[in-house]
Design a protein around this ligand. Structure first.
Ligand code: S3P
Length: 166
């Protein structure tokens, strides 16, 4: 399978690993967040501010549908893309889905300096990440063809592991 879809929470390393994986397989890499920003000419925080989370989710559904029409790519999705059934159907039908798992503690550490993720601009970041994982984790697991525990692994090791299953 040469359509690979990376799912998982913020701070799991989807973009870093996706880029490395795509490079190692000589495939194009897409990042749904970056594509949304590119197409709208607006940052994600601004889209959230003007259109709300549901406006952002609509754009995410449209971009994921569009990016997955062809064949031969690696796609990193935003952590909340799993919430929309349209995306879940795309994941099932159009690619090999890798869930990059990270603990809430790791997510919090990796996003500690972040100012670009609207859902994390709160005092209780760990609480928020916990809340999001409680809701989303069963959906990630359900959608996954492969689950990779990222704790203690370098991006290169994660890429090598994924490639063993393709
Ligand atoms: C979100 C995750 C972000 C981005 C937006 C919302 C989420 O992507 O799509 O801030 O709801 O988990 P990353 O998972 O790439 O950080």
């Amino acid at each position: 399978m040469n359509n690979i879809i990376l799912i998982g929470p913020m701070g799991a390393g989807k973009s870093t690993i996706g880029k490395l994986l795509a490079h190692s397989m000589n495939l194009p890499f897409f990042d749904s967040d970056k594509e949304i920003e590119h197409r709208t000419g607006a940052t994600i925080p601004l889209i959230f501010e003007i259109e709300g989370e549901s406006g952002f989710r609509d754009r995410e559904v449209a971009v994921i549908d569009e990016l997955t029409q062809t064949s031969g790519w690696v796609l990193a999705t935003g952590g909340g893309a799993i919430l929309r059934p349209e995306n879940r159907a795309v994941f099932t039908e159009r690619g090999f889905v890798v869930y990059l798992h990270a603990t809430v503690q790791q997510q919090a550490e990796r996003t500690a300096m972040d100012t670009q993720r609207p859902l994390l601009q709160t005092k209780d970041r760990v609480g928020k990440l916990n809340e999001l994982m409680t809701k989303r984790e069963p959906l990630y697991r359900e959608a996954a063809d492969l689950i990779i525990e990222t704790a203690g692994k370098s991006p290169k090791l994660v890429v090598d592991l994924i490639r063993q299953y393709l």
